[in-house]
Ligand binder design. Structure first.
Ligand SMILES: Cc1cc2nc3c(=O)[nH]c(=O)nc-3n(C[C@H](O)[C@H](O)[C@H](O)COP(=O)(O)OP(=O)(O)OC[C@H]3O[C@@H](n4cnc5c(N)ncnc54)[C@H](O)[C@@H]3O)c2cc1C
Length: 397
């Protein structure tokens, strides 16, 4: 007789892989996620509305600056802990999961490259949830090729003047400040044909003159994240809001994204686990009701394969997060984890819907939501095609 795993035994990580503190963060995140009624999760998706109250509640739990030291309001947790939180949030489609990931992505460069004044001004209120941050890199003609970005900045007296448009900005419609990459006039050296070394990072507040919210996106998945365009029309940014050195914008962006990809991987593990849970629950009920045989009417091998996909994605994500915690932020592992986990999430979500059948389209089961959201995994913070190229390049070094 086949022993059916219970959803909880399938989802609890092997305790010895994690410290007690990390498991405590996981427990807190699971409790937070499970306390949100499913109809609320479904409504955010359907109505494409951003839940600021949930973001603030998450920050009160310490998730808003989890991996940063308490000097700046952080919780001093490991990156592994933050990944466990993201996994739990992904599993339950917590409506502010992606905003939280981007929020931490934005705190990272302020923490690493910011002045003490910038850290006090932006990090501390970000930790408490008073401020929400968003990341402005992508432009209509510059996604994978970040060197092609066209947003400009020029120094005029005691301020920079920014002009340009950024697209697909998660939390864009709700954020209080933005980490923005722009091409700074005169910053790059003469021997810089594509101008990559003129790209510079800025902290832009929502209220700065010349800043505007553009089109709001109504996406297939990842809805409810206030994803929109942000527009700079002679936007006036005080001189002290440059982040890092003039011309160091790609370094600022790419070093944050290397960590961000591990966050994405953890979210994808969560989606994959959530989808697997749904398939297991369905098959267990069908088996208990005598509707499927011990071989699950031929689906046992598939279920086993999906379990392996989830666990291998989790293992690679853990390895990448542990590297961050050792201070060895490893872009190769981060890229591998992001590709593996996002491909796994797509496959498991798709198969889970097939296993569950027509009920797979029931929004309350969250499976179709996971299926739609998971499509973003292979695209954002660097497409999987580009990640594979980067991995190949590093292997050939
Ligand atoms: C839900 C969502 C949220 C997002 N949030 C943010 C955000 O908060 N901030 C932000 O700045 N951006 C955000 N993005 C944008 C995202 O990072 C970009 O979509 C992504 O980097 C890809 O860029 P692109 O869409 O311009 O595609 P392109 O770069 O135009 O790529 C199109 C296709 O061509 C492939 N391709 C491109 N170049 C190559 C190459 N050299 N070799 C092989 N294949 C190649 C790509 O892999 C892809 O399949 C978000 C996107 C989504 C979908």
């Amino acid at each position: 007789m086949l022993e059916m795993p219970t959803p909880s035994s399938a989802t609890d990580p092997e305790p010895c892989l994690y410290s007690q503190a990390e498991l405590e963060w996981q427990r807190k995140a699971r409790a937070f996620a499970e306390a949100i009624p499913v109809p609320e999760i479904v409504a955010c998706d359907r109505e494409n509305t951003f839940r600021r109250d949930l973001f603030e509640a998450a920050c009160r739990q310490g998730f808003g600056a989890l991996p940063f030291p308490d000097t700046y309001g952080g919780a001093g947790g490991s990156y592994v802990s933050f990944c466990l939180v993201n996994e739990e949030f992904g599993r339950r489609c917590v409506p502010i999961m992606s905003s939280l990931g981007v929020h931490i992505l934005c705190q990272e460069p302020v923490y690493r490259f910011g002045t003490e004044e910038q850290k006090r001004k932006y990090l501390v209120p970000s930790s408490s949830g008073k401020y929400l941050a968003a990341f402005g890199l992508t432009e209509p003609g510059a996604g994978s090729d970040t060197a092609a970005l066209k947003t400009t900045a020029r120094l005029a007296g005691d301020r920079y003047i920014l002009n340009g448009t950024k697209v697909f900005i998660t939390s864009g419609g709700a954020a209080d400040y933005f980490i923005v990459m722009a091409r700074l006039e005169g910053a790059g050296p003469d021997d810089d044909p594509n101008g990559a070394r003129s790209i510079t990072a800025f902290i832009v507040e929502r209220g700065f003159p010349g800043f505007a919210i553009g089109q709001k996106f109504d996406l297939l998945g990842m809805r409810g994240y206030a994803t929109c365009e942000i527009v700079f029309n002679d936007c006036r940014v005080p001189k002290e809001n440059i982040l890092g050195q003039p011309g160091a914008g790609r370094k600022v962006a790419l070093s944050s994204l290397a960590k961000g990809r591990v966050t994405i991987a953890a979210q994808c593990v969560g989606w994959a686990q959530g989808a697997l849970d749904g398939a297991v629950r369905h098959l267990k009920q069908a088996h208990d009701a005598g509707l499927v045989d011990d071989n699950l009417n031929g689906l046992a091998y598939l279920l086993g394969e999906l379990g392996i996909l989830v666990e291998s994605a989790r293992a690679l994500t853990l390895a990448a997060a542990r590297a961050i915690d050792r201070g060895e932020s490893d872009s190769l592992l981060a890229a591998m984890a992001k590709v593996q986990a996002s491909d796994a999430a797509m496959r498991v979500a798709s198969e889970a819907i097939s296993i569950v059948g027509p009920d797979g389209a029931n929004p309350d089961l969250l499976l179709e939501r996971i299926f739609r959201d998971a499509k973003a995994g292979p695209i954002y913070e660097g497409t999987n095609q580009i990640q594979r190229l980067l991995i190949a390049r590093q292997l050939l070094k």
